[in-house]
Design a protein around this ligand. Sequence first.
Ligand code: FE2
Length: 392
Amino acid sequence: MDTALQPAVVEADLGFSRPAEVIKDDGSRGLRRAVTRPVDQDFSSQFEYRRCQIRDLCGAGHPQPGLRSMGFETIDLRDREGLQSLLCDVKVAGEISDAQSRQLRRHLQGGVFRLSRGRCLKMLHVAPEGLVMRRGGPNGLKVDPHRSMTEMNHHDVALAIHGDQDVRGTPLRQIMRGFAPSMFNHRTPDGSNRWSPLTLVNLWIPLQQITRPLALMDRRTLNARKHQLRYALPTDTFLDRREDMRLNDIWAFLHDDEQRWYFHSHMNHQQAYVFDTLGEPHGSFTLPGENVAEHYYQLLLQLREQLAKGAALPIAMAKPPPLAETTAPLRKAIDSMASLVAHAPNDKSEQSTIDVWQARAGEAMDSVVRKSLEMRVVAMVLPDLWPFNRRS
Ligand SMILES: [Fe+2]
């Protein structure tokens, strides 16, 4: 891993609720709520981008993440051969099929994964709802703008910082008949349960995330009473739910300078994040330099189309924007795309040369598309000792 030449911290924009969009939350002990606007309303009317420092967990000197302390950590998936092979297939396909989602559940359910601080995570049940594959192009580029979102596929990356589920809200309230707060370990601004070993986690698997990585907050730096807001998320565009469950009760967040953010610049499907579904703040961001990746992505797209039609080259080549200091994997991907642009064949080239270049250009473009899988898992946090850590 080449981390010597990359910044330990990047500065990037994260999307937070606008303070002007906050109202009092009826009936909930002094807490506040972010207003729900129609889903087709412009992002900037509800949310604001704020410049944040986001620390790279690949670098030295950062605290070791912990699920119970910071709200998230990573688990190792490397030795699960069947799972790795399945994840490779999903990455190449760019979507997950029903059969693959069943296989994924089978690989995970009953699995035990080592956590930090002498603990392990035993996965009891992968929730039937909430298994989602996301794809996002460099610098916000939509890679397939004409595909409509389904329950599992063609979801864009999450632009706003959010927490996935309010333990007292829909749909958990209906599914667990109000018992979720007493059963699940959680921290909310109006109450907590720190004793239960039962936990609801997001399992977030980065199939590739050279661009648009996930940022996660060290939850110890969150002032929940001031900055954590209830938010009702409409689900009509991707879930078919009964009338009283169409608004998902999740969390939105206000920005504060005290909040500390982390990401991982060298992470693929050999590792996954586990984080607290019941409030861990997270969302994607655009790395410095993604505008350059988008520039070469667009050039390669045009070159590929012209070569496929047998049309004459060259196309008009705009100068790339200057490359800001960024992560080593993104720099490498940009270098590779720039080299392919510089050495593109033309309509007089041998067909075999064109075919090889087309394949390499397709792979280079695909490498800068963020692809991730996420699901919700009912799990137990247990001592990492036999028989607790026995795989079932
Ligand atoms: Fe989420």
